[in-house]
Design a protein around this ligand. Structure first.
Ligand SMILES: [Zn+2]
Length: 882
């Protein structure tokens, strides 16, 4: 999967036990029964769907013998249960699960259930979305369709017969290959599907609806032809070419880079507008959030295009890393997700350039994962326990999981890493595997010793590496010491292996040093490196080889040198970030007097001037170097050690820096704007130009709002693409001006009826650094186009607001109340999405006391509500416990 808001409880809201049970990784036991084949018969209807499931069970020789057959259920009542064709009345219900006692070695079980997809607002299991039926089963949705051993280590081949009214559901799709179809009486028709590859129930999918496809075949490396289809509503068909091309590119890339070939005759992708996640990798039938399928220049930004390409690739790559080899249990989630995120990152690097993609990935890691590692919800990439698995679809499991495997790749080198992944795919094909199986395969295949490295799977927390440097006779000595901060349940940590690419440049001669890889394995360790000349400048963690925080006191002039001259693009970006982070955190903490404050701004201004005018730099990279560190990242830096974060001070200092830079560099910024504004959409450098233009406007908006509003309004009116239009509107949303209201109205009118673009309209207003943003968000929640039932719309307004520090951390506490009210309203409707809003409030311990007290009070108010879902209650409890 890929990760990506009526207080009336629906009747099927699951009853919540007071204290949901804790599930432990150490308790894993294989299922006592094997299910070689499963047959499912669906009689489909929006309000009433009947499901007949039949499967043969055989004793699992690898498991402890038991006569109990536990079939998981969730909000289901069995209509009929038979064992070996005899109706069973004395089955036992254990909570939501159905338990049968079966004494023999093999039995045939049949269960009939009836469900109402239209009443399913959780969007888990089978549900209705815009007149169509679709499913989401990962992690535990299949048990909302029928009673079944709904666990990832029970693999079965599936035969599915689906029937329904042809007029309502002209297209009937399922996993695998279609083997039969036809018409029956009363306007009904049917299709039969067979998936030859054994799979766990979480990979089951079914779609029925009025859809059309954009199709084009792909020929695999062994010459087989695969029919590829992107299924959407007819009005969206013209926006599917990019998705289809991205699928073909992914198929080709995985053959070339990992030697993986696709294994069915058919690959279907369906776009749905009501979806909790980004997309889902069901075997042969991916279900996608429309956000990651639909794109054309008029409605999608360059970043949206990248999102489509990346998510299509991610789900496709799961066909091997996830489907052919799946997870033994949900504690192993990073086995498929960490590895697949790395694969999609490497793919995107190859498609559109390594430097910028690497910077983007690190920015996401720092914005989303570092706060998890530092907060009450911190967990290792392979957790030891959970109450609700949906809560572990986290940036830690996904993004840090990817970084951990990337470190193995850096240490092994590309060729040996490939030997390791080849061995993994060959050794475990067709199995439900563990993270340990993966590590062992890399160890054996790549010839690496990963004994100590396994700590990365066990220990939570972001390691901090302190750097001291000393010039010695034979070179430069770097003394590195590491600490891994305590996290909930893990007070003491061991030293981890940390691979770091380093080089030592010379500021005096401008000589760039040669790069090497060092691996820090002790708590403290020294390395002697060759120097390129006098005035050595250390460039460390180049390419961001390790997901750690580097603590290194680097003089301003050295940071300036690195920002202007380092040959590693990530290191240049990092030096620019460090310049600003150092200044802003010190300023927000009240550690600078006026002179120091002015000197800091000047140093940043000089470095930025060099970047704005560096003709050798491409605009795409220039746009990255111009970006100031986000307030979230500054929050993390300020709240390290004993210090608490003050979001108000951070926001004020960052705005003040923008104002100073806009004033200081007015001429350079205007020059750059004039040059980039003249670049056409289809020009090869157009993409970089579009990125830079918006960065320029954002800086000018802080120093001269009136001028910026004029320029942004002009850009908005002249725009022939969404990137320029959205960039201009984003800037206008932060400025109280007549142009703001005009542009918002024009944008809304132009795109009325296009949900994905109207999501942007909500987001831009909720994210704006506008003084009245809380009132804006409250008004938008009352807007006719707002609905709490659609997760994209909820996220577009409220997740954007929770990401807007100036609004969320408003000193009145109204921002916290707004999010808490949302959680309480959304929880009965869609608990999975509601629970995702808890973590912003969970930061209370690391924040100044006044705001902390208000945040904690909101968490306590949520905790006190009756009938909270397992999802939300787990997150709130953990956030309060810390
Ligand atoms: Zn995934």
């Amino acid at each position: 999967m890929d990760i990506a808001h009526n207080p009336i409880a629906p009747e099927d809201a699951p009853a919540t036990p007071a204290e949901p049970p804790v599930i432990l990784r150490a308790d894993y036991k294989p299922f006592p029964w094997l299910l070689p084949e499963t047959k499912l018969v669906f009689n489909l209807g929006l309000e009433k769907t009947r499901v007949l499931a039949s499967f043969k069970v055989e004793r699992n020789p690898a498991a402890e013998a038991s006569n109990e057959l536990r079939l998981n259920g969730d909000s289901l009542t069995p209509a009929r249960v038979t064992v070996d064709d005899v109706t069973v009345e004395d089955y036992v219900m254990d909570g939501p699960d159905l338990i049968l006692t079966v004494p023999g070695d093999s039995h045939t079980i049949m269960i009939e259930t009836e469900i109402d997809p239209s009443a399913n607002t959780t969007l888990m299991g089978l549900y209705a979305s815009n007149g169509m039926l679709c499913t989401q089963c990962e992690a535990e949705g299949f048990r909302r369709i029928t009673f079944f051993p709904d666990r990832p280590d029970v693999l079965s081949t599936y035969w599915v017969h689906m029937s329904g009214p042809k007029e309502l559901f002209p297209v009937l799709l399922c996993n695998g290959n279609k083997v039969a179809e036809g018409e029956s009486e009363n306007g009904q028709h049917f299709a039969e599907w067979h998936d030859p590859w054994p799979k766990p129930s979480y990979l089951f999918a079914l779609v029925a609806g009025d859809l059309v496809a954009n199709s084009a075949p792909f020929t695999t490396m062994s010459g087989r032809e695969v029919e590829c289809n992107i299924w959407v509503r007819a009005e969206d068909l013209s926006r599917t070419d990019h998705a289809l091309a991205s699928l073909h590119h992914s198929m080709k890339w995985d053959e070339e880079t990992f030697g993986r070939e696709y294994d069915l005759d058919l690959y279907n992708i369906v776009a749905v507008s009501d979806f909790n996640m980004g997309a889902m990798e069901n075997k042969g039938l991916n279900v996608f959030n429309t956000k990651y399928v639909l794109a054309d220049p008029d409605t999608a930004t360059d970043a949206d295009y990248d999102g489509v390409e990346g998510v299509i690739a991610h789900e496709y790559f799961h066909n091997w890393s996830g489907n052919r080899i799946t997870c033994r249990d949900w504690f192993q989630l990073s086995l498929k997700e960490g590895f697949t995120v790395l694969r999609d990152q490497l793919f995107s690097q190859d498609m559109r350039g390594e430097a910028v993609k690497r910077i983007e990935d690190v920015r996401i890691l720092r914005a989303a994962q570092f706060p998890e590692d530092a907060g009450p919800l911190a967990h290792p990439i392979r957790p030891d326990s959970y109450r609700e698995i949906s809560n572990f679809y986290t940036a830690t499991v996904y993004n840090k999981g990817a970084e951990v495997i990337r470190m193995m790749r850096s240490m092994a080198g590309l060729e040996r890493f490939r030997a390791g992944t080849d061995l993994y795919f060959n050794r475990h094909d067709g199995e439900a595997a563990t993270c340990e199986d993966f590590i062992k395969s890399i160890e054996d295949g790549a010839g690496l010793d990963l004994e100590q490295f396994r700590l990365w799977y066990r220990q939570a927390g972001t390691p901090r590496v302190k750097v001291r440097q000393e010039t010695a006779r034979d070179g430069l000595t770097l003394t590195l010491s590491q600490t891994v901060p305590p996290t909930p349940g893990q007070p003491d940590k061991q030293a981890m292996p940390i691979p770091l690419r380093v080089a030592v440049h010379s500021r005096a001669t401008g000589q760039i040093g040669e790069e090497q890889l060092i691996v820090l394995t002790e708590s403290e360790q020294s390395f002697t490196l060759p120097m390129a000349g006098p005035d050595p400048v250390v460039s460390i963690n180049r390419g961001y080889t390790a997901p750690v925080v580097i603590e290194h006191d680097v003089p301003l002039e050295d940071l300036g040198f690195l920002a202007a001259h380092d040959d590693d693009p990530f290191a240049r970006y990092e030096a620019m970030q460090q310049l600003s982070v150092g200044h802003l955190v010190a300023a927000a903490s009240g550690e600078l007097d006026e002179t120091q404050r002015a000197a800091g701004k000047t140093a940043i201004g000089d470095a930025l001037a060099a970047i704005l005018t560096d003709e050798a730099l491409d605009d795409n990279m220039r746009g990255e170097l111009m970006l100031l560190p986000s307030e979230t990242y500054l929050f993390e830096q300020m709240a390290s050690g004993a210090r608490l974060a003050d979001p108000g001070a951070i926001h004020a200092e960052r705005e003040a820096l923008k104002t100073a830079l806009g004033t200081m560099l007015k001429r350079e910024l205007e020059g750059l704007y004039a040059r980039t504004a003249s670049v056409g959409f289809d020009d090869p450098t157009g993409r970089g130009a579009r990125k830079v233009k918006t960065q320029v406007l954002a800086l000018l908006a802080a120093s001269d709002p009136e001028q910026a509003a004029g320029m942004a309004a002009q850009q908005f009116d002249a725009a022939d693409n969404m990137t320029d239009r959205q960039g201009a509107l984003m800037v206008l949303c932060g400025i109280e001006s007549p142009q703001r209201a005009d542009a918002l109205k024009a944008f809304f009118d132009r795109y009325t009826g296009n949900d994905l673009v109207i999501d942007k309209w909500f987001t831009l207003q909720a994210l704006a650094p506008h003084a009245d943003v809380i009132d804006h968000v409250k008004a938008l929640a009352e807007h006719d186009d707002f609905t709490i039932k659609n997760p994209n719309r909820v996220r577009s307004l409220y997740m954007a607001f929770a990401d807007n520090p100036a609004g969320f951390h408003d000193p009145s506490g109204d921002g916290y109340r707004l999010i808490a009210d949302l959680i309480l309203a959304l929880d009965p409707i869609n608990p999975q999405t509601a629970a995702r809003f808890v973590s912003p409030l969970g930061k209370w311990r690391r924040i100044e006391p006044k705001r902390a007290a208000m945040m904690k009070a909101e968490l306590e108010r949520i905790a006190a509500a009756s009938g909270l879902s397992r999802d939300t209650s787990e997150q709130v409890t953990r956030s309060l416990e810390g």
